[in-house]
Design a protein around this ligand. Structure first.
Ligand code: PDD
Length: 280
């Protein structure tokens, strides 16, 4: 595999960064994960916009223009001969002496990794996946805003550890006020009184690019949508629940803690509309 590091492509084994990189020392950096369908990067403008928003929220200057980023992503995909792929763009604060001050780092580290996308097992979409609600709460947005898609992922990793121990695929966290927030790498949707509901950005979530597209597709197809503050009981009482992200797309949920659920018609409708949007 060839990896793009700072100014060019390198064989995977040579694509190394310093132990003094503040991304490694402090998790000081940001990233985006994108999906590539048939060589075309899906919603790249939206991902670049969010990358720049994350950068701005941590006072980091993106070391490339939007056009550069697009060219580098295309170059990396091409160099690896990829058609169905995922791309991860990571920008860390860069190398610098020990110390928290971002000014210690002279230049950000810029990395693009592209690899073949291996589909999730078909039964995940047919039967749904198990989710659980962990003890750990989503970072308070006044402490570390989940809208910063940062390299500092320990909050999510702690939730993922709980999910694994419980035999669940994904952990969906509550916020510190006990309202539903989001999964470790996904947003959550559920049906309530005929409307498609999802936690509002104000609950302290990453406003997923897939989430925005699903909200738009649902609205256009005449499904009522609501963004709000919801309790776990509203989720477990729901007839249909699904998760979204750039690689999972629209993935049905078959169990929440011990409550079983069946994938339903609205979920499959939105999944097929999403597929159409991808091929369109
Ligand atoms: N994760 N919430 C969190 C905490 C996420 O990390 C992600 C994405 C999402 C969904 O965002 P989007 O629809 O834009 O992919 C929500 C990516 C896939 C990752 O961590 O690699």
């Amino acid at each position: 595999m060839l990896v793009y590091l700072n100014n060019g492509l390198l064989p995977e084994a040579d694509a190394k960064i310093s132990v003094f990189d503040h991304g490694f020392l402090y998790g000081d950096g940001i990233y985006e994960t994108l999906r590539v369908y048939n060589k075309k990067v899906f919603l790249i403008d939206e991902h670049i916009r969010r990358l720049k928003r994350s950068a701005s929220l941590i006072g980091l200057t993106v070391p490339k223009t939007d056009e550069d980023i697009k060219k580098i992503v295309a170059l990396t995909l091409d160099a690896n001969g990829l058609r169905e792929a995922y791309v991860r763009i990571t920008i860390s604060r860069g190398e610098g002496p020990i110390g928290l001050d971002p000014a210690l780092c002279k230049a950000p580290t810029f990395v693009v990794i592209a690899n073949e996308f291996k589909n999730y097992p078909e039964e995940y979409y047919r039967d749904g996946i198990a989710i659980m609600v962990p003890e750990v709460r989503r970072n308070h947005r006044a402490a570390l805003n989940p809208q910063i898609k940062s390299q500092n992922f320990l909050n999510n990793i702690l939730a993922k550890i709980e999910a694994k121990a419980a035999g669940a695929y994904e952990a969906v966290m509550l916020n510190t006020d006990g309202f539903l927030a989001e999964g470790t790498i996904s947003n959550i949707f559920f049906l309530k009184d005929g409307a498609l509901c999802t936690p509002a950005v104000e609950c302290g979530i990453l406003d997923g690019i897939t989430r925005a597209l699903v909200l738009d597709l649902a609205t256009k197809t005449g499904i009522k949508v609501r963004e709000g503050f919801y309790r776990l009981e509203e989720l477990t009482a729901s007839s249909e629940v699904f998760l979204t992200n750039s690689t999972m797309e629209v993935m049905p949920v078959s169990r929440i803690n011990n409550t079983p659920l069946n994938p339903g018609a609205i979920t499959s409708k939105l999944r097929s509309l999403y597929k159409q949007a991808v091929s369109g």
